[in-house]
Design a protein around this ligand. Structure first.
Ligand code: ADP
Ligand code: MG
Length: 131
């Protein structure tokens, strides 16, 4: 959950929705990204015109990170959150419900199994999650 959604008090509503869709929460915690961590996490986007803005937003306040489990989780979670731009996201998706703009879009979701594994490891140590 990105800082914009945490700030607006949407965290619990979003987690309720995630669990209602059958995702199991393996681990969850509140944290705050340093500038260096945000630049690293979104390293793939370095050089994009929106990169600086993305790092500023992602370090603007607390975030809530979670490791989720479900069969076909990556694809189903991407469907649940909706398109990057909340205005283009389908009705009922998390970004449509809780996002505002393409940059202020409430939530992140891993885009492949490989990246999901990397991103879980980015936030959690081996004694917090096992897979
Ligand atoms: P997603 O989060 O849907 O996987 P991307 O990986 O393409 O999307 O981009 C990562 C994040 O960077 C987005 O969630 C959004 O916060 C920001 N972003 C992407 N494209 C733009 C853009 N054109 N303008 C502003 N911010 C953007
Ligand atoms: Mg992405």
């Amino acid at each position: 959950i990105k800082p914009d959604a945490v700030r607006k008090g949407y965290t619990e509503s979003i987690f309720d929705k995630i669990q209602m869709e059958g995702f199991r929460i393996i681990a969850r915690k509140d944290t705050l990204l340093t500038r260096e961590q945000a630049e690293d996490f979104y390293g793939i986007h370095k050089g994009q015109p929106f990169f600086e803005n993305l790092v500023n937003l992602m370090t603007s306040g607390p975030i809530v990170v979670a490791a989720l489990e479900k069969s076909n989780a990556v694809e189903l979670f991407r469907t649940l959150i909706g398109k990057t731009n909340p205005q283009e996201a389908a009705e009922g998706t998390i970004r449509r419900l809780y996002g505002e703009t393409v940059s202020i879009n409430a939530i992140h979701g891993s885009d492949s199994d490989e990246n999901a594994q990397k991103e879980v490891r980015f936030f959690f140590s081996e004694n917090e999650v096992s897979f």
